[in-house]
Design a protein around this ligand. Sequence first.
Ligand code: FA5
Length: 353
Amino acid sequence: MGNAEKLTNDLKSLESEVQQRLAKAVEEKDLENISIEFLGKKGKLTNVLKALGTVSSEERGQIGKFANELKNSLEQSIETSRQHILEQYYNKLAETEWFDATILPARFPAGFHGGDVKGHIHPISAMQKRLEDIFSSMGFSIMDGPQVETDQNNFGMLNFTDDHPAREMQDTFYTEQDHLLRTHTSSVQIRGMKKLKPPMRMIAPGRVFRYEELDASHEHTFYQMEGMVIDHTVSVSNLLHLMHTLLEEIFQKHVEVRLRPGYFPFVEPGFELDMKCLICGGKGCPVCKYSGWSEVLPCGLVHPNVIKSGGLNPSQWQGAAFGLGLNRLVMMWYGIEDIRYFQNPDPDFLYQF
Ligand code: FA5
C-alpha cells in the first residue's frame, strides 16, 4: 500500500472511531473529550496528518482537502450529538420536574389556596398606618420626601456644618455629588416647613439607609417616622407629653420610658427617649444590647438655625421634633428578637402577623 493510500485509510478509520465514540457519549463532557482527543491541536487528526510530508504534492492537495472536509463533518457530528444529549436531558427533566406558575408554594398555610386572600399588609406598613391614623386624629399632615436626597436637606440645613463630626454618627451611602440615600426622615423637616404654613404639625414616615454594621437591632435599610410641630411657643413639656401620649396610644397600656440627654445638631435641647424593652421585660437581651431599654424615640426642640433654614423667623416660631424608629417599635410590639427578619424573604416570617 502506498503512503497516500495508507494516509487516506487512517483518516477514514479516524472517522469511524469518532462515530463509535459519539454513539457511546452520554453527557456533554464526553463530547468535549472526543473533540480534544481527535480534533484538538495535539489530537489524533493532527497526528495522522504529520505523514502528509511523505506523499507527492498532488496527493497532498487531495488528501488535505479530504482531511478538511472530514474535520468539518466530525465537528458537525459532535454538534448533532450535543443537541441530542441536551434534548434527552431536558426530556428527562420534564418527566421529573415541571413548572406551573399558577400553583402556590406548599409553604402557604392551609386555606390559602382556595381563599380570596392574596397576601397581607407587612407589619411595618401596618404600624405606619396605625401611627398615621393616630397623628391624623391629632391634626398632623402626612408628608413624603425622596429617598435620594440632597446633602443640604439631609445634613446642611439641619445645622450639620461640612466638617461636623456628627455626620459620622450616621454612616452615609453617597450616590453622586451632593446627593445621598437619606440617613433619616429628618430630611423632610425643611421640605415640611417650606410647604406647610406655620403653625403646622406634620409626620413623615419612610425608608432610610445607613452604612451600618448589622446586628439584632441594626439594619442598613430601615424605617423611621419623623414628627414636627411648629408654633409660636413650644416647650419641652409639650414635647414630652406628646411622646408619652403617642407611646400609650400605640401600645394601649402604660409604657415605662426613660429620658436621657441626646445630641443631634438640629435640636436643642435633645433627648433620647427609651422604652423598657418589651422583648425581655427589661432583663436584657441582644435587641436592647442587654441594657433593658430600647432606643425608639429621639426628640428635642428644633434648633433656631433649622427654623431659619425652613424660611421661618426663629424669634416668632419655635418647634419640637422627633424621629421614631419604626422597625424597633414593631419589634417591641410583636416581640421580634432580630431586626434582620424584616429583610429576610422567607414568607414564614410574615405569616405570623
Ligand atoms: C435620628 O435619626 C434622628 N433623625 C432622630 C431625631 C429626629 C432626633 C428629630 C431629634 C429630632 P437616630 O440615629 O438615633 O436619630 O435614629 C432614630 C431611631 O431610628 C433610633 O432610635 C432607632 O429606633 C432607629 N434606628 C437608628 N439606627 C437604626 C438601624 N441601623 N437599624 C434600625 N433602626 C435604627
